[in-house]
Design a protein around this ligand. Structure first.
Ligand code: 13P
Ligand code: SF4
Length: 390
């Protein structure tokens, strides 16, 4: 691997930065030491043929990604899931909210399987429906709810997407947040956006892409009465940002960016918009995982990059582009541990169970939630194109 004097963290499970759902994998999980795992996955997938479609998020381990029929960011994977009406089973190698979205976007008879139910997302868990409903009531009491359009990042639970659907809002992903916010601000005169649950994506998009000022953004803390905000602050705000963040991207630091620039003139800093505003402001380029991949693919040989996103993806990019200098943006940031829960033993277990006629770890969203969340997802899918940063 090529690095710019900034060694990648050693391989391994990584520090636990995500949530544990405390769900044990039922059945016989093959041991990780089984040398036949790759062959077992290949055979099971071959036996299932067209009946199964495997989706892999870019943050998944290589051992899993090799079996994905399609890889992508969460936007691309949502579209791919919706475009496979003939697959009986969608095996989602990603995290829980992605599998829920796939279930919402696929037909009732299609089953979405998440190989490890403990693959959640700590950011999605930072916005609970009860908290969001309380916030909505407080916004009504402050006299601003009528002008608020809720927009939730894809990284949220299905019931939060449903909340946005029934309240005239939409879903967005890191690759279309700009157009989604433009859409939201056009929905009402003097519209405000309640952006859930990632304050960083919301702030970075509003300020750096839509040109709002930082003063026009306020942070709603669900742990404080009235979000910790006064009625005047709510009236003056244009963006009400939910106090949530990604436990992985939130750890990249602006100091390391400065250090790298001083040590390596010419290095380019490429980060995901889930990073803090300080880091994103100091970066050269910002965009979704698809954008990061395309940027590196089209970069000239010999160019130097430090990338601030999940480590599995950065390692894969460094391996795929030995003619470019690619480093991880930090020494202390680790893998997304919940993404990493989907490993080869879990994938083999899920695929072999399907071969045996047992559909395991099905992700099923109830009908009412599906219908309302679908409204918000469809509003996103109808947005014009993807942003320049996809
Ligand atoms: P994207 O897939 O939208 O780039 O988001 C990254 C991420 O954190 C997914 O959990
Ligand atoms: Fe959630 Fe962050 Fe992991 Fe993505 S990288 S699944 S946002 S914790």
């Amino acid at each position: 691997m090529t690095t710019v004097d900034l060694p990648l963290l050693p391989l391994g499970k990584g520090k636990d930065l995500g949530t544990e759902r405390g769900v044990e994998c039922p059945g016989d999980l093959p041991p990780a030491s089984d040398p036949a795992l790759v062959e077992r996955a290949r055979v099971a997938k071959e036996r299932l043929g067209e009946r199964v479609f495997v989706l892999g998020h870019h943050y998944q381990r290589d051992e899993v990604i090799q079996f994905a029929d399609v890889t992508g960011d969460s936007f691309k994977l949502a579209r791919e899931a919706a475009a496979r009406p003939d697959a009986e089973y969608i095996v989602f190698c990603g995290v829980h909210f992605m599998a829920e979205s796939a279930d919402i976007l696929t037909a009732d008879e299609q089953k979405v399987v998440l190989p490890d139910l403990a693959a959640g997302c700590s950011m999605a868990d930072m916005a609970r429906l009860r908290q969001v409903e309380d916030a909505w009531e407080a916004l009504a009491a402050a006299g601003v709810a009528d002008s608020v359009v809720p927009v939730t990042y894809m990284n949220s639970s299905a019931d939060i997407k449903a909340f946005c659907g029934r309240n005239g809002g939409a879903v967005c992903t890191s690759s279309n947040a700009e157009v989604a916010l433009e859409w939201a601000f056009a929905q009402k005169p003097d519209a405000k956006v309640l952006f859930l649950p990632d304050q960083h994506l919301g702030r970075n998009t509003a300020v750096l892409q839509l040109g709002l000022s930082l003063d026009e953004c306020v942070v709603w803390n669900p742990l404080l009465p009235d979000g910790g905000l006064t009625t005047d602050q709510l009236r003056d705000a244009r963006m009400i940002l939910w106090k949530g963040h990604c436990s992985v991207h939130g750890k990249f630091s602006a100091d390391v960016v400065d250090e790298l620039r001083a040590q390596h003139p010419g290095i380019q800093i490429l980060v995901h918009p889930e990073c803090t505003h300080e880091v994103v402001t100091k970066a050269d380029l910002v965009g979704s995982t698809e954008f990061i991949i395309k940027t590196i693919e089209s970069a000239p040989p010999g160019s130097s990059w430090a990338i601030g996103t999940e480590l599995n993806l950065v390692k894969r990019l460094a391996n795929a582009h030995p003619d470019k200098q690619i480093a991880f943006l930090d020494r202390t940031v680790c893998f997304c541990s919940t993404m990493n829960r989907i490993d080869l033993p879990h994938l083999v277990w899920a695929l072999e169970s399907l071969v045996d006629g047992h559909v395991v770890n099905v992700i099923e969203v109830d009908e009412q939630t599906q219908a309302e969340a679908r409204l918000a997802l469809d509003r996103m899918l109808a947005l014009p194109g993807r942003s320049a940063r996809d």
